[in-house]
Design a binder for this molecule. Sequence first.
Ligand code: ADP
Ligand code: MG
Length: 322
Amino acid sequence: TILADQIAAGEVIERPASVVKELMENAIDAHATQIDILLEEAGIKKIEIIDNGFGISQDEVELAFRRHATSKIVNRTDLFKIKTLGFRGEALPSIAAIADVTMTTAVKDKPGMLINIKGGQIIIKKSAPARVGTAIVVKNLFFNTPARLKYLKTPNTELSKIVDIVNRLALSYPNIAFNLKHEDHQLLKTAGNGNVQQVIANIYGLKNAQKMLTIETENIDFKVSGFISLPELTRASREYISILINGRYIKNYQLVKALLTGYGSRLMVGRYPLAVISINMDPLLVDVNVHPTKQEVRLSQESQLMELLTSVVQERLATLNL
Ligand code: ADP
Ligand code: MG
């Protein structure tokens, strides 16, 4: 029902950045190599996401907007094996329940489809010419849930949350070309050529990218690689530390702490390095928290991984003094 969708929306869609995250993840799941994100008024007025992924076939478009219709979870252990970012089948119905959503989509060699849903009601559904891939326009977010609209922060804050999400995904997927625009301002453009250091340069500036050091280590259980900044390049927030486990952005404060321990007294109190660290491990050792919006994960053998991380950072920084 529309009401159930609105309630679910409250869980999944807190702010414009949540919409951007969900739609970008759908584009990534559809194997897009190019994702454009176009915003107006920090995404509150309009979020447009265009991908060149595999699209949705005509007979599945409506289903995609029905709650749990596409849920991929069969049982709990499946959670460990999920290969796609989406698995709950909740995002599209939630967004469509609280905004004016138009999707144009087509799969290869088939006619495309246009669907417009406003506040959960299908307004238009028709065949339409479209290139392979999906374009989705979300207008007037929270138009029918004024309480949620009121809860939003200033447009600048909402925009910075979107930028964080896009940056993070760009770092996680260097093979995808991202293009983020807010009104007339281009906020990020990446090449999609797989070069993480170049993405770092796109996000943080070229000079800062040159202040990054590569790290690389492995043991039987973990393979760690990535970039950490020189101790002099710091920020006042640990938001600039990105940790990916098996290619997925996660939050785990213990791992951040391990990284900081590696820097030791080279960091001033309250300062954090920039870092993009990619960890590969047996998915069975990762416990994905199922909360829809949190990315917090728990790991078995966390302390071993912490030690590995601390020592690789320590050793890498020690080479600077040679
Ligand atoms: P989930 O991602 O959890 O499956 P969503 O509500 O986000 O649920 O999306 C529902 C379904 O619609 C997806 O499973 C996918 O099949 C389809 N879909 C959504 N967005 C896209 C897209 N950009 N390209 C291709 N398919 C999509
Ligand atoms: Mg999804």
